[in-house]
Design a protein around this ligand. Structure first.
Ligand SMILES: [Zn+2]
Length: 294
């Protein structure tokens, strides 16, 4: 019924490249603001992180597909060249987005790895090496991890003095969850995507929210190991601590995370909504691209 109309629109009109460009703006610019306000999803951090990744990947795919989706207009039998005014900008948009992503990826990745390597070297020189952790001779309670292939969990003497055994276990379980889950790669991905977006359109909301979700996820691991009470107490003690640049620490987000610990895990509905949303956001650009070439 509607198939004839759709086919005509796809083959003789610029519908799909425009839809993809609109979808790219929607996913890269509009969706993050709306998602950051849906705070209920923080209770399902794993599902929420999948949704954030899917929206970012979907936005990138939509922008990258706008050019390729316009190409079939040139294969149009009657007057291929009359579409050039659309095809050229669409291809340019995709090329610019790809270029910005590659540039940001190189820039962010190089900087992170250099800062971490320097920091790891310093820790290896000044910190006492114990079985699973490195201890810094410093009275301020601080805990963080240095991710990467030669990862380290770093604690200050202040943490050892301030926290009883079970809470110390919670802190180490939290940091190990970051290292095991490679949360650094997740944060690096979002740092690259954020930097690839032109400055006027850029928002820090996605990166801030993803940082919080990663902390909430690591807190869950600590709860599984030592229970809510020990985790919450350790979090309170470390609440004021600041981790060095490019390391993953316990600090700043403590009040929100304490509330999340008190709320506990959600029922099945929130994760289900988040996963469905993620599937839609990541596949829609590919479906549109497929239709353009169908
Ligand atoms: Zn953490």
């Amino acid at each position: 019924m509607g198939g004839g109309w759709w086919r005509r629109a796809c083959h003789h009109g610029p519908v799909i490249p425009f839809l993809l460009a609109g979808l790219a703006v929607l996913l890269a610019w509009v969706a993050p603001g709306l998602m950051a306000r849906r705070k209920a999803f923080r209770r399902a951090p794993r599902a929420a992180l999948v949704a954030w990744q899917a929206v970012s990947v979907g936005g990138i795919l939509a922008a990258l597909a706008a050019g390729p989706a316009a190409i079939p207009l040139l294969l149009d039998g009657d007057a291929p060249t009359r579409h050039l005014r659309l095809v050229v900008p669409a291809v340019l948009v995709s090329a610019v987005v790809l270029g910005r992503l590659l540039h940001a990826g190189h820039h962010v990745g190089t900087r992170l790895r250099r800062v971490r390597a320097d920091h790891r070297q310093l820790v290896d020189i000044v910190a006492r090496h114990e079985e699973r952790v490195r201890i810094l001779q410093h009275p301020t309670p601080t805990a963080y991890c240095i991710p990467g292939r030669q990862s380290r969990v770093v604690l200050s003497q202040g943490v050892l003095d301030a926290l009883p055994g079970e809470q110390l276990e919670a802190v180490i379980a939290h940091e190990n969850a970051h290292l095991r889950g490679r949360h650094d790669l997740l944060l690096e991905f979002f740092a690259v995507v954020t930097q690839a977006v032109p400055a006027p359109l850029r928002s820090s909301e996605a990166l801030d929210e993803v940082r919080l979700l990663v902390e909430a996820l690591a807190d869950r691991a600590a709860v599984r190991r030592t229970g809510e009470v020990a985790t919450a107490r350790a979090l309170l003690t470390l609440a004021g601590s600041r981790a060095p640049d490019a390391a993953l620490g316990v600090g700043a987000t403590a009040p929100v995370r304490l509330r999340l610990l008190a709320d506990g895990p959600p029922g099945p509905v929130l994760p289900l909504i988040a996963y469905s949303y993620a599937a839609l956001a990541a596949t829609l650009p590919l479906v549109l691209l497929g239709l353009a070439w169908a």
